[in-house]
Design a protein around this ligand. Structure first.
Ligand code: PSU
Ligand code: MN
Length: 328
């Protein structure tokens, strides 16, 4: 089955108009990354809003470096995406990573922000949606993050629905995450993903859809895949079909790290109330809640966050390796 898929897939990628070159002046793909993509070696894209807006310095820098090291240890090439002085970089050097981690002026860059930061020559951390666009341009099919954005609570009234969800509906990338944080409306997020045609699968032995800090959200994924090979077949099938929509692989939190869940859940309730009473809206909501929850839990949510991203990087890299194998 994989052999049959990979023939279609190779043809599709080689004829895709947006892979190389067209936007040379706007996109800079690190030579290690472009070479690995050209040779069909496994590459894992990584986002950078988590660096610029998701974690405080120096945890953000250390975590980004550790995640890259985990990807390499698993035999894949890391490609952290970020915007530097008006150019989208796919694969950052150590100095560039350091710059973004220390920067206090970097913007949070999703699809809608790209034209502005590029035209003004600004820098920023790319969200899941911004990173998906860049990774797709560079020909990278697997992207690892912590948690994706979703439908916010009360989203049916505010229409605060993350651009990550519509991006998953329109860009053929597999996103590996720990599900959706319970700061969001998980049920509506899953409904919206279905509407967008996103193939959602839990990574593991059950269909429980994880809620980031907890392995079970109370909602189910339509599917589950049990190992990297099954995940790779799912991604290869999505690509071979040419659907142009993404795949979301939800990896439950590892045993042992879920313990702080109740305390974090209480802090989330407090942070949500605080955000609402302070009138925080738009792109500031997610960073505000993450920071407040971290303060309320005295750093426990940050520690759990880091453990999760490490685990996602390991699993995502294994999936990228299996995908590269099945496309040979
Ligand atoms: N959720 C987290 N940590 C994060 C984010 C979400 O647990 O760092 C970031 C990701 O970059 C995601 C973005 O793409 O926030 C979504 O922002 P918004 O909800 O404004 O769409
Ligand atoms: Mn929003």
């Amino acid at each position: 089955m994989l052999g049959r898929l990979s023939k279609h897939l190779r043809r599709r990628i080689s004829t895709s108009p947006c892979i190389y070159g067209l936007q040379d002046g706007l996109f800079s793909v690190h030579p290690h990354v472009s070479q690995a993509v050209a040779e069909g070696r496994p590459v894992v894209a990584l986002e950078s809003t988590i660096i610029t807006h998701g974690m405080p310095y120096p945890h953000n820098l250390r975590t980004a470096q550790e995640v890259e090291a985990i990807v390499r240890f698993q035999g894949a090439i890391p490609a952290t995406v970020g915007v530097l002085e008006g150019k989208v970089h796919v694969g950052l050097s150590g100095e560039e990573l350091d710059f973004l981690a220390r920067s206090k002026t970097s913007l949070k860059v999703s699809r809608r922000d790209l034209p502005y930061v590029i035209s003004k020559g600004l820098s920023g951390g790319t969200t899941v949606s911004g990173t998906m666009i860049a990774a797709h341009n560079a020909g990278i099919p697997v992207f690892v993050t912590g948690g994706i954005g979703g439908v916010h609570r009360d989203g049916e009234n505010t229409l605060d629905i993350s651009a990550d969800l519509t991006e998953l509906g329109r860009t053929p990338i597999a996103v590996v995450s720990a599900g959706v944080k319970s700061i969001l409306d998980i049920g509506r997020t899953l409904e919206f993903l279905e509407t967008q045609g996103v193939c959602v699968a839990t990574y593991g032995d059950s269909n429980n859809f994880p809620a980031f800090f907890s392995p079970q959200s109370g909602y189910t994924s339509p599917y589950h895949v049990s190992n990297p090979e099954e995940a790779a077949e799912l991604i290869a099938s999505a690509l071979a079909l040419g659907l142009q929509s993404g795949v979301l692989l939800a990896v439950p939190i590892p045993e042992g790290h879920a313990a702080a869940g109740k305390e974090i859940e209480d802090a989330i309730q407090t942070a949500l109330a605080e955000a609402s009473s302070r009138g925080i809206t738009g792109r500031d909501v997610t960073p505000f809640i993450l920071q407040t929850v971290n303060e309320l839990t005295k750093g426990k949510s940050l520690q759990a966050n880091i453990a999760l991203i490490h685990n996602n990087a390991k699993v995502g890299s294994q999936i990228a390796c299996a995908l590269s194998e099945c496309m040979q």
